[in-house]
Ligand binder design. Sequence first.
Ligand code: BG6
Length: 469
Amino acid sequence: MKVFPEKFLWGGAIAANQAEGAWNVDGKGVAITDVTANGIAKNIHDQKVESGKFYPSHEAIDFYHRYSEDLEYMAELGLRCFRTSISWTRIYPTGEEEKPNEAGLKFYDELFNKMLSLGIQPVITISHYETPLNLYHKYNGWESKKLIPLFEKYCRTIFERFGNKVKYWMTFNEMNNVHTIPYAAAGMDLSGDYAHQLLQVYQATHNMYVANALANRLAKEIMPDAHMGIMLSLSQAAVYPASPNPKDVWGTLQLQRRTFVSADVQLKGEYPGYVKRIWRDYKIQPDITDDELKLIKKYTSEYLAFSYYRSSTFENGMKIYGDTGGVVGKPNPYLKDSAWGWPIDPLGLRWMCNLVQDRYGCPMFIVENGLGAADTVDSDGKIHDQERSDYLIEHLKALGEAIKDGCDVIGYTWWGPIDIVSAGTGEMKKRYGFVYVDRDNKGNGSLKRIKKDSFNIYKKIIASNGESL
Ligand code: BG6
C-alpha cells in the first residue's frame, strides 16, 4: 500500500522576519520582530530599534535579495510547496496607511513568480509574529478591536494582488502561543493580576477569531478556489500527565484546552463551555458581540495547519511557561532532548494527527517540524548532520503511520529548509536547514550556502513520495 497521497505537499517553511533581512528597505515599516535582539520567546523587547545594538534578523540570511538562488536549492530538493509569510509592514508600514506600499507588493509578486516558475506552490502565512510595531504601541496589538479592520484591509490587498498565485493561506501563526509568548503571538504585553492577563488573552484571541472569519469571508469573495486555514502550535497540546494522579491528568486536559479553544472556535464556529467556565471562575468577560459570534459561526476555516516540534510533561501545580516550541514541562525520562532541550518525540506527532482527526475531522497540514542544532562545517568542507536526518526520518515514519490510521494529512513542510534566524532566541547558531548559511550569531560570515548531508536524505524521500522511508 502506498502511504503518502500522490499529490502530497512536500515542502519547507520559513517566515519573512527570520529570513528576508532588508528590515528597512523599499519602504518597509518596523514590525514587532524588528526590536527583539535576542529572539521573541522571552517577551523581552525594545520599544524601538536601538542604535548600536545588533539585531540578527535585520539582515538575517538576506533572502530578500537572494531568494532566487535559495529557491533553486528548494527546487533541487524536489519541494512541491514553500511556506513563507508576507511581512505585513512591507505592505502597510504602520498598519494604518490608506494605500499599500507598491514596492512591498512587487517583491512578493516576484517571489511568488519565481516559486511558480520552479513548480513550487506558495503557501502563505498572513501574519507570522509580524504585527506592525506601531499597532503594538498604539493599541497593545490584538488586545484592541482596532486591529480587526486594519487586518481586513491588509487581507483584501494581498488577496486581490496574489489570489491568482497563492492557493493555500493561513491567517495567524501559532495564535495559541498567546498565553506564553503574547508579544509574539498577538503583538501585546500582559499586565496586572492573573485574571486581568486572562482577560487580555481571551480578548486578543477573540479579536483574532473575528479577523480570521473576516479573512475567510473576503477569500470567498475574491478568490473562491483558495484554501483558508488556521495555524496552531500543537507542541502546546502534546502534553503528557507526569503520573496517573487524576490531578495531573485533569490539569493536562485543561492545559491542552488552551490550544483546542482556538481550533474549536475557528473550525467548529462556537465557543466551548469549558472556556465560559474559566471566564465565570475568574469573573472576566471579554467584549464579544452577537454579530461577531454570527461571523465566526458562518465563516469557519477549512483546514488545520500546525507546528509540532516536541512534547512535554505536566505535573499538577507546576508553573507553566513556554517558548516557540510549546509548553516547557518536566523532563520526560523516556525521551532524549535536542541540544536546545526540546524532547524528541516522533510518536507525539502521530498522536497529534490522530487527535485532530478525531476531534475535527478536517484536513491537516503539518507546516512546521524540525530539529535545531549547532551544525558546523567539517574539515572536508561538508556538514554531517546525521541527527537531523534521523529526526526527519523518524517523524515522517510517524506521519506515515498517522496517514495509515486514517488521518487526512495534505502536506508536510519542514521548518527552515535553509538555515534562518531562530525566532525564539535570535541565534543563527540554532540551525534547522538542509542548506547551511555561512553566518554566525554576531553577523559574521559570507552568507554562502552549502548543502548539508540531510539535503540528499530529504530529496530522496520526496522523490520516492515517502516510499523510501
Ligand atoms: C515556531 C515558530 O514556534 O517555532 C517559528 O512559528 C520558529 O517562527 C519555530 O522559528 C522554531 O523555534 P526557534 O525558536 O527554534 O526558532
